[in-house]
Design a protein around this ligand. Structure first.
Ligand code: MEV
Length: 339
């Protein structure tokens, strides 16, 4: 089959419990959310491998971000641009992904890869993993390669390592398979949450941060005071295990308390930020039963749990009035899928 155009999308994620500890083999609870990255691959009209990136962040609607155009350059091992309007180099993971798929493919043709994302980057919502997964799925289908879900996830993990240094693999796994999972040491078990009737509000602090920096910060802290930081990670791990039962029971109040405890431990771990603490406190004042930062910390997003939709909605409006981007997120969304 000569695929003329292939389109796949993959979701972003939030970590409900256990970030950072998950890097050290403790469990985390992670869910796919309804913000997605879409990748369309069509035939390049220039006999060159082309890459176009645009964004349509739900948070920033209406968005009019510049569409960025690149061409694959094999000598320089990167995608390059002729356009001086944007100097930021393109994420090197795209080169890795494209080179890998072209190498594996037997049919030779030049793809034009178009990526459009709703997920704001650098905010702990798994935007790089969603881009990697959507691109791998769409490009491999275009090149008529049949990758299994496991192969796709494994390649996305390699791409994540290029960007994040020492990731746990949680972002690419959740983006590939979707749903809500307990994730531990590259193994995940799907959670069923029939009794869960609470609402999760995501608030973007607007402070960009880098996952790699904060993962490395924890590595350094552990080297400096192993027993202190090891204890914190272990406590986070214990909270996650209790949270798994509370999720199953649909015990919103307990989950809220655990979230707040998890946040305090992340503060002790040194990965919070005064604005994140302020935002978690504000969410509690606005009726959340518990709140924490989500992702690597240092900026990015906080989440708050609500037992009532109206309260959650009011909190979202109030956060928007204060100038923050906020929304109620659905959980356990679908993983990578054809569009
Ligand atoms: C980043 O979304 C979550 C961290 O635990 C890093 C990782 O799991 O790769 C901080």
């Amino acid at each position: 089959m000569d695929a003329r155009k292939t389109t796949f999308s993959a979701p972003g994620k939030i970590i409900l419990f256990g970030e950072h500890a998950v890097v050290y083999g403790y469990p985390a609870i992670v869910t796919a959310i309804d913000l997605r990255t879409k990748c369309v691959v069509s035939k390049s009209l220039q006999n060159e491998v082309q890459l176009s990136i645009s964004s349509d962040y739900l948070f920033n609607k209406p968005s009019a971000e510049l569409k960025k155009e690149y061409i694959m350059n094999k000598e320089q091992n990167e995608f390059i641009t002729q356009d001086s309007k944007y100097e930021q180099p393109v994420n090197p993971a795209y080169y890795f992904i494209t080179e890998k798929i072209l190498e594996l493919a037997t049919r030779k043709k030049y793809p034009h890869i178009h990526i459009n994302s709703e997920i704001p980057p650098g905010m702990g919502l798994g935007s790089s993993a969603a881009s990697a997964v959507a691109t791998l799925a769409s490009l491999s289908a275009f090149m008529e390669l049949e990758l299994s879900m496991e192969e796709l996830n494994e390649l996305a993990f390699e791409a994540e390592k290029i960007i994040h240094g020492r990731p746990s693999g949680v972002d690419n796994t959740i983006s590939t398979y979707g749903g809500i999972h307990l994730y531990k040491e590259k193994k995940f078990s799907k959670l069923s949450i029939p009794n869960f009737s609470s609402y999760v509000v995501i608030v973007n602090s607007g402070i960009p941060r880098n996952t790699k920096t904060y993962v490395e910060k924890v590595v350094k802290s552990l080297e400096e005071d192993t027993s202190k930081y090891q204890n914190i990670l272990e406590e986070i791990g214990n909270i996650t295990i209790i949270a798994k039962s509370s999720l199953g029971e649909g015990d919103t109040q307990k989950l809220g308390k655990l979230m707040t405890q998890n946040h305090l431990l992340l503060e002790e771990l040194g990965v919070s930020h005064p604005i994140l603490t302020e935002l978690t406190n504000s969410l509690v004042q606005l009726g959340s039963v518990g709140s924490k930062l989500t992702g690597a910390g240092g900026g990015g997003c906080v989440i708050g749990l609500f037992d009532n939709y109206q309260k959650a909605n009011r909190a979202v409006e109030e956060m928007k009035n204060r100038g923050f981007q906020a929304f109620i997120s659905s959980l356990a969304e679908r993983g990578v899928q054809v569009e």
